[in-house]
Design a protein around this ligand. Structure first.
Ligand SMILES: Cc1cc2nc3c(=O)[nH]c(=O)nc-3n(C[C@H](O)[C@H](O)[C@H](O)COP(=O)(O)OP(=O)(O)OC[C@H]3O[C@@H](n4cnc5c(N)ncnc54)[C@H](O)[C@@H]3O)c2cc1C
Length: 447
């Protein structure tokens, strides 16, 4: 019998598999893709600091793409913007990077089975005791990690008695697409004019489609490449982000050839309240671990994979993979990274609180380059002297600035509640914690 079955060989799954196998346990890593088709085919901006923190070599060469010279964040009207020149994130080609992680997992002793779709958890009494594949094969294991991304294949089939939320509000799902197109020299010169963007500068417009929405365009004249990223709420949309990109480029008369790209869904919300059950741990997108302010999930997935492996090694050693013993992982994640994600969930909620005009005020008068960088680095907003001077300009809109300040304080309050996540599993303290979160979030609802 396997000590651990990991469902999904993405960033969370590969790290969990590598670090559990590396501690001497028998690990099986399953993915529905064939081994040479693994890893998403789009570029993700990932916090640079996470690699050193986890002892993963910084992506380089084929794994990366050059960063823009500077980045502008615009409001929906597109008139005023905040500009940053630092690059706190590194642009990572996920299929190349994930295959390196996978090679590490296999070298550590994990067994990989590609082209194996998992259908559900194998449940005995109230305990996850393995997985069932689409072909009906039952694979028993002492513990299972759900690292299957936003589809969260195991969560949905858990018994009703499980404290893990089986479903989540679909309103949090964002459809996203990112691609790079290379243009021939005769078409290249015209791209900045056709798109109305300066060369070498990444321009992101937020709130352009209401609610959570972003449209990023970057023309890199060195590579003769256009980089486009689009994301918006799936619920009200009649088209996917990929369909939007195809239509947008056709309407603008942009041709060329796609050299890399793809898309899917992102669950843009703070992490699920409960991350473990008997025999089961949830990591990455399957537990909604993205930075809610902008939908980046790779760093959280890597961190969660590492934390899961640490707890698993102890629990497997002790011969106890019950909910109470696995809880250590949930507490470590929620009190650290999860608290930051809850903080940024408040900033995501700005789009529910603010209309288009407010979003323009926010970007044009209140936000500073420091705020944008902090968001990308997943650090709480800090106020330095330059920021403070910049913010003084926002006094043109005193009531609005007061609302922003109030939301910022509410974000800190929510972060503190997450830092106080129950250290041990106990239904009463969990319920108490949940009602503190619910109360803090009620204060944030639009009047
Ligand atoms: C267009 C787009 C742009 C994005 N941009 C960024 C960004 O700039 N920065 C950032 O950090 N994040 C970004 N994200 C989010 C990021 O891609 C995810 O947060 C991250 O990939 C989650 O990692 P994961 O390991 O949890 O899941 P995934 O990487 O999604 O891996 C899940 C794996 O599970 C496998 N799987 C799924 N179901 C099954 C099943 N039933 N049986 C077997 N295997 C299964 C899949 O094949 C896959 O290999 C973006 C997402 C999109 C769609």
């Amino acid at each position: 019998m396997y000590d651990l079955v990991v469902v999904g060989a993405g960033c969370a799954g590969c790290v969990a598999a590598e670090r559990t196998a590396g501690r001497g346990f028998k690990v099986l890593l399953l993915d529905r893709q064939s081994p040479d088709g693994l890893g998403h085919t789009w570029v993700n901006g990932v916090e640079r600091t996470v690699f050193g923190r986890l002892g993963i070599a910084m992506p380089s060469g084929e794994e990366t793409m050059p960063s823009p010279l500077s980045s502008r964040l615009l409001g929906p009207a597109g008139k005023r913007y905040v500009e940053t020149t630092s690059a706190p994130t590194i642009e990572v080609r996920m299929s190349v990077f994930v295959r390196r992680l996978l090679a590490g997992a296999v070298a550590a002793g994990a067994e990989l089975r590609g082209e194996t779709t998992v259908e559900r958890a194998l449940v005995e009494k109230d305990r996850v005791s393995g997985v069932v594949t689409a072909s009906g094969e039952e694979i028993p294991a002492r513990a299972v990690v759900d690292a299957s991304g936003w589809e969260a294949v195991l969560r949905h089939g858990l018994p009703e008695s499980s404290p893990v939320p089986r479903e989540m509000d679909e309103g949090y799902m964002v459809t996203a697409w990112r691609e790079q197109r290379r243009l021939p020299p005769d078409e290249a010169a015209d791209v900045p004019r056709l798109l109305g963007i300066p060369p070498g500068v990444s321009v992101s417009r937020v709130g352009w489609r209401g609610g959570y929405s972003v449209l990023m365009l970057h023309w890199d004249p060195r590579e003769s490449e256009l980089d486009i990223l689009v994301g918006f709420n799936r619920e009200e949309a009649e088209e996917s982000a990929g369909e939007f990109v195809a239509r947008f480029l056709a309407e603008k008369g942009i041709g060329g050839e796609r050299v890399y790209g793809g898309g899917g869904l992102i669950p843009v919300r703070r992490s699920l309240d409960v991350l473990v059950d008997h025999g089961l741990l949830l990591t990455g997108d399957s537990a909604c671990m993205v930075i809610p302010a902008h939908g980046s999930g790779v760093a959280s997935s890597l961190i969660a994979g590492d934390l899961a492996a640490r707890t698993l090694a102890r629990c497997l050693e002790e011969g106890d993979t019950g909910r109470e013993n696995l809880w250590e992982y949930a507490a470590a994640y929620q009190r650290g990274r999860g608290a930051l994600m809850a903080y940024f969930d408040v900033t995501r909620g700005l789009t529910d609180n603010f209309d288009r005009e407010d979003m323009d005020k926010l970007v044009g008068y209140v936000m500073t380059p420091g705020d944008v960088e902090a968001g990308l680095k997943a650090e709480p907003l800090g106020i330095d002297l330059t920021d403070a001077l910049r913010r003084l300009r926002s006094l043109r809109h005193p009531l609005f600035t007061a609302r922003f300040a109030w939301l910022a304080s509410a974000a800190i309050a929510l972060k503190k509640i997450y830092e106080d996540y129950p250290e041990r599993y106990d239904p009463a303290s969990l319920e108490q914690w949940r009602s503190r979160v619910a109360k803090a979030r009620r204060r944030l609802e639009p009047a």
